[in-house]
Design a protein around this ligand. Structure first.
Ligand SMILES: [Zn+2]
Length: 907
């Protein structure tokens, strides 16, 4: 195929105009009919073809939340690098009544719009006469239905009142308006929105004018935005409550004030107060970090009546799931921390993602890993001493189960088709990404790392940047170019480095530390541990006769030897500061000496210890005896370390082969954690740190499941009955917000239909959407078989939103008591339930395979989903990962159940 320039010259040469001399493209001298249309017949699967660049959008909409459809006219200024008879753009569900290109001279070319049913809604405009090179304006009139699956411009009801909200990322702006829906296109957007009276209208730009039209409709005209990508466009219309927050006042970095408001579904405006009160402090801290003012003209926070994600960072108009923004005195500590962290995350995106944007979805980690990482830094700054200093590390460890899979994604993963884009929004991108950033911040030093970030913001403001651009910024800003190879080794390949560390002491005054690296692989994994390696900013802490010290070395290759002068260590901790994204293992004597010196580790090191201990056991490199000893000492550690292995306790209990060993395990758990629990449970909450309160809540739930707390169990069940009102009216003072979920789970587990029914009634009128859903899911997960099946039938009806139906169906499959029946019912109702499930949840349905742990169940679940693949498009990676997790569960039981039982018996 000819290159574009060559073709232009060739065509110019055969035209009658004199063009041969320079052979430069100067189409103004070429008449249009001499240029064949630039045709591409197959809709592009990933990025749109080059050559057509949008430069501005003007969008005029009529929306009425009471109706089921909306209408609009969009004008898109475009620049063509050569004449085009066919222009590809994105559009889903639009009925286009007219389409044309208005040329620079004011003349118009009519176009035929063809809506595509292909993946990603890639549609096209065909012109009988090609649109010439240069600037023109595409004008399309259209109507479209509101989406009812929480994507694009969607409709959701609350308390019988209809609302509109948007969720565009990643690729649903194409449901609102035909557009060039890719992050690399950053343009201004100017919106005009007309709607019947009584509605708030919020979008990215500030309100410029409001006019009542002759028919009574109110027309809102909004200011033109700074250059943003299409997925940041936001619109909310409906009877939202408004809280005027005045302005974020000017500060050292920003001379102008920023108008500031909050919106909630009707009647909930008071619950905006807490998040609004902290916003100025968060924004000011982030502005100082970036040394760059908040980029947009105003800031609105909007709690949507229903929302698929946690929140969305739309420029200047952030939209949240209710539970991530609205708070009151019934909000639990964990939910309050989650909401505030989400808020800090979305604010951080105003720079990471909005001001500087990835070119394509393979670099979405440049948004999400960074927003995750800076959310924890922001939280630690505005709420000091509340445990956010270990938040990035905890999040990274939370991603390691996923990163232990052979099917794990890498942080920066190729994306060649639209259907793969959603895969990139996973724990690897957010949590591992945030942890890896934290590791390199620790390695470079906070100041040097920040210089790199600041440089990056200045270099690419209002533009797009990819991984190479970022690496150049961080190398230049930190003045440490050699960090790039190491950074890339963590970004560009999946998995967790596993460091096998040993030390020998041939003489009392000389020691040798030897380290080998491989990829972490749990028992039963298909991973080849030796197929890859990293450049690891290794740091090891040790102590001996000469005191404590830390050795740091860039570890490349597969083996590292560190000779020690000045004495042999008594113990080593192969993840100094706990800052490294790796796991370690030791020989048995070295584990034992580390366990003996556990209390000399920092909180982050204790957390790293806890993770590595359980990981080493799951990989077969640590004995069950040593595991139990390590868990015992770790139960005395700082709150985050003590909390870390709790989920594994259920795994261990389930792996044990008989009731005798299960009873021994319960004994062990109470021996290890009993004293800690007694102290926490008898201390008033005010005397505990936030971390200790989290440990108390987590420990309570876990000890009820895998330990023995008969008195607590009876007391909680009674409180839950009073709370939901089994006999009297519901009494919300009967349980503290932190205990509601645990208590309802306990009471539901008693298979008491009177409680189940009362809880359903309570949920129907629960004060918050979050609690309402939590009650339904908890009942489905823990209730008796007959009640759970009835609940599944109930949520299928129109009275329940698809999100709840989907959540209840999946929760029921995790219910040991009801699973067999629930699985039958799940299969029978599958197409009905999926039809009402929100778009983004459909592929996530495949996660259900991971709830199973026997080969027979796993195979049946995979076969069912594969047979129904057309209903859950984009499910492939979820299925692969869930299947792998399930098979690893089965392999762990086979490999470790008896050994663990023997170790328990021997104690
Ligand atoms: Zn985000």
């Amino acid at each position: 195929m000819l290159t574009k320039t060559f073709r232009t010259c060739l065509l110019a040469g055969i035209s009658s105009t004199v063009m041969l001399s320079a052979c430069t493209p100067s189409e103004q001298e070429v008449t249009l009919d001499q240029v064949p249309p630039v045709l591409q017949d197959v809709p592009p699967a990933g990025q749109l073809p080059e050559g057509v660049v949008p430069t501005a959008y003007r969008l005029d909409l009529y929306t009425d939340p009471a109706e089921d459809a909306f209408s609009g006219q969009v004008e898109i200024d475009v620049t063509l690098t050569e004449p085009h008879a066919r222009i590809w753009l994105h559009s889903i569900d639009h009925e286009v009544s007219s389409a044309q290109a208005v040329l620079a001279d004011g003349s118009a070319l009519e176009a035929v719009f063809t809506r595509s049913t292909a993946d990603g809604g890639v549609s096209r405009l065909d012109f009988a006469t090609p649109v010439p090179k240069g600037n023109s304006t595409l004008v399309l009139d259209y109507t479209a239905p509101y989406n009812f699956g929480l994507a694009g411009l969607y409709k959701a009801e609350q308390n019988g009142r209809p609302y509109l909200a948007t969720q565009m990322e990643p690729i649903d702006a194409r449901r609102l308006v035909p557009n060039f829906d890719e992050p690399r296109f950053k343009t201004s957007w100017t919106l005009t929105v007309s709607t019947p009276p009584g509605n708030q209208v919020i979008t990215n730009g500030g309100l410029k004018a409001q006019t009542t039209l002759d028919d009574g409709t109110i027309q809102f005209q909004f200011a033109t935005t700074r250059e943003i990508q299409s997925y940041l466009v936001a619109l909310a219309v409906g009877p939202y409550d408004l809280r005027d927050g005045g302005v974020l006042p000017p500060n050292e970095i920003r001379p102008r004030a920023v108008p500031f408001r909050g919106f909630s579904p009707a009647g909930k405006g008071d619950q905006l107060e807490e998040a609004m009160a902290i916003t100025d402090e968060m924004v000011t801290w982030q502005e100082a970090y970036f040394d760059y003012p908040y980029p947009y003209g105003k800031l609105d926070l909007i709690a949507a009546p229903d929302f698929a994600y946690g929140a969305m960072e739309n420029a200047g108009a952030i939209i949240y799931r209710e539970s991530r923004l609205l708070m009151n005195d019934r909000t639990s500590l964990a939910n309050r921390r989650r909401a505030m962290t989400t808020h800090a995350h979305e604010l951080g995106h105003q720079w990471f993602g909005n001001l500087v944007t990835p070119r394509w979805w393979n670099d979405i980690w440049l948004n999400e890993a960074f927003a995750t990482w800076i959310s924890y830094k922001t939280m630690n700054a505005v709420y000091p001493n509340t445990g956010f200093d270990v938040a990035a590390q905890r999040a990274a460890i939370g991603a390691m189960d996923n990163d232990s899979l052979a099917s794990a994604r890498q942080i920066r993963n190729p994306i060649d088709r639209n259907a793969d884009i959603l895969d990139a929004f996973d724990a690897i991108t957010y949590r591992k990404g945030g942890g890896v950033l934290s590791m390199f911040e620790n390695y470079l030093g906070e100041d040097a790392f920040r210089e790199g970030i600041r440089l990056h913001m200045r270099r690419f403001e209002d533009g797009v940047a990819d991984v190479d651009d970022f690496m150049t910024s961080i190398a230049d800003g930190s003045k440490t170019p050699d960090v790039v190879a190491s950074f890339n080794s963590f970004i560009m390949q999946p998995g967790i480095p596993n460091l096998d560390v040993n030390f020998t002491c041939p003489a009392p005054d000389a020691g040798l530390i030897s380290v080998t690296q491989s990829r972490y692989a749990p028992l039963g994994s298909a991973i080849d541990p030796n197929a890859q390696s990293w450049a690891i900013p290794f740091a090891i802490k040790m102590a001996g006769a000469n005191g404590e010290r830390t050795i740091r070395e860039m570890f490349t290759g597969t083996a590292l030897e560190i000779p020690l002068d000045g004495g042999c260590p008594d113990w080593v901790m192969p993840n100094a500061d706990g800052a490294g994204y790796w796991r370690f293992t030791l020989n048995e004597p070295a584990w034992r000496s580390l366990i003996a010196n556990y209390d000399r580790l920092s909180p982050s090191e204790q957390l790293s210890f806890a993770d590595s201990v359980t990981a080493a056991f799951a990989a077969g490199s640590l004995s069950a005896n040593t595991l139990l000893a390590a868990l015992e000492v770790n139960a005395t550690g700082t709150w985050s370390a003590a909390l870390d292995p709790l989920p594994n306790l259920q795994t261990y209990l389930n792996a044990l082969p008989d009731e005798t060993s299960k009873e021994s395990f319960r004994d062990f758990v109470m021996t290890a954690y009993g004293a800690r629990w007694d102290r926490l449970s008898t201390s008033p909450s005010e005397s505990l740190t936030e971390g200790e309160q989290l440990l108390k809540t987590g420990l309570n739930a876990r000890l009820l499941e895998v330990g023995r707390l008969p008195e607590d169990r009876a007391r909680l069940a009674a409180s839950a009955a009073a709370y939901v009102g089994v006999i009297n009216e519901p009494d919300t003072t009967a349980l503290s917000p932190d205990l509601v979920q645990t208590a309802i789970a306990i009471a539901a587990g008693d298979d008491d239909s009177a409680f189940f029914q009362a809880a359903l009634d309570y949920a129907e009128s629960a004060p918050s959407q979050r609690e309402r859903r939590q009650v339904y899911y908890t009942l489905a997960r823990h209730g008796g078989e007959a009640d759970v099946i009835a609940l599944m039938d109930m949520v299928r009806t129109d009275a329940f939103e698809g999100q709840v139906a989907w959540g209840v169906y999946l929760s029921a499959l995790r219910n040991e008591a009801a699973r067999a029946q629930a699985w039958e019912k799940f299969q029978a109702d599958f197409s009905d339930v999926i039809a009402k499930t929100p778009e983004i949840r459909k592929p996530q349905t495949a996660q259900l395979v991971s709830y199973f742990c026997t080969a027979e169940e796993i195979d049946a679940a995979i076969a069912f989903l594969t047979a129904n693949a057309d209903l859950i498009p984009g499910y492939e990676r979820r299925l692969a990962q869930a299947s792998e997790s399930a098979r690893l569960c089965a392999a762990f039981r086979t490999a470790k159940g008896n050994e663990l039982a023997a170790a328990l018996q021997a104690r």
